[in-house]
Write a protein that binds this ligand. Structure first.
Ligand SMILES: N[C@@H](CCC(=O)N[C@@H](CS)C(=O)NCC(=O)O)C(=O)O
Length: 212
């Protein structure tokens, strides 16, 4: 299959489709776009100039969640969206809540050194976003939703990596442990083959970004 994914492995948006492909039994190693993500050729395919970008033959698709859903449709392997309409909706809702209410606050954590005043509001925003997600989970959810890996796990695992990574400086892990059910999910996710591999790859990316 003529399928290429562009981006770096530290990015939670790049790891989302990577994890989804792996959960379906496929390796989709992200690569670097020649010329970078701001070059003319890249911007012609994705004017937003962000990673990831999926190129499938002459079809170019940006944005982590549409890419993830597309891979779920075209790749063989287990479906990553529940067949039940309500469970599918709950899965999509959790991904959307994460993108709308968790992702925007990660920047404040990431740029703590340059802008320490933004850390407090970022932590408050993250706490709220995480509580929104937890509101829609059930005691019976072993994975993010239900009893098998879904696109919601693919979205949340690489985002939660940063909460662990920044815990020593900003106690971001406490945002997870405040919710015992979510904390149990995170422990299971980290211990899983897919989760532990993803986290190791992101950790290597973070180390490289911080200068080794
Ligand atoms: N909504 C986008 C977010 C993508 C995004 O923000 N990617 C970052 C990397 S984590 C990026 O490409 N940043 C480079 C830039 O903005 O110049 C998605 O879900 O794919």
């Amino acid at each position: 299959m003529d399928l290429k994914l562009y981006g770096g492995k530290l990015s939670p948006f790049v790891m989302r489709p990577v994890l989804a492909a792996r959960a379906k039994g496929h390796e989709l190693e992200p690569g670097t776009f020649e010329g970078g993500i701001k070059c003319e050729a890249y911007l012609a395919l994705s004017p937003m100039g962000k990673m990831p970008l999926l190129v499938h033959g002459d079809f170019a698709l940006p944005e982590s969640q549409p890419i993830t859903d597309y891979l779920d449709s075209i790749l063989t392997g287990p479906a990553l969206t529940p067949a039940d309409a309500k469970e599918a909706a709950r899965t999509r809702l959790i991904v959307r809540l994460a993108d709308l209410n968790v992702v925007p606050h990660l920047g404040g954590i990431f740029r703590a050194r340059e802008n320490p005043e933004a850390v407090g509001p970022a932590l408050a925003g993250l706490a709220e976003g995480i509580a929104f997600i937890e509101h829609y989970r059930r005691d019976s959810d072993v994975f993010m939703v239900g009893d098998s890996f879904t696109v919601a796990d693919a979205a949340l695992i690489p985002l939660f990596f940063f909460l662990d990574a920044f815990h020593p400086m900003m106690k971001t892990g406490d945002l997870i442990s405040a919710h015992p059910r979510l904390a149990a999910w995170w422990e299971r996710a980290k211990a899983s083959e897919l989760g532990s591999r993803c986290i190791a790859e992101q950790a290597a990316g973070l180390k490289a970004m911080m200068g080794g």
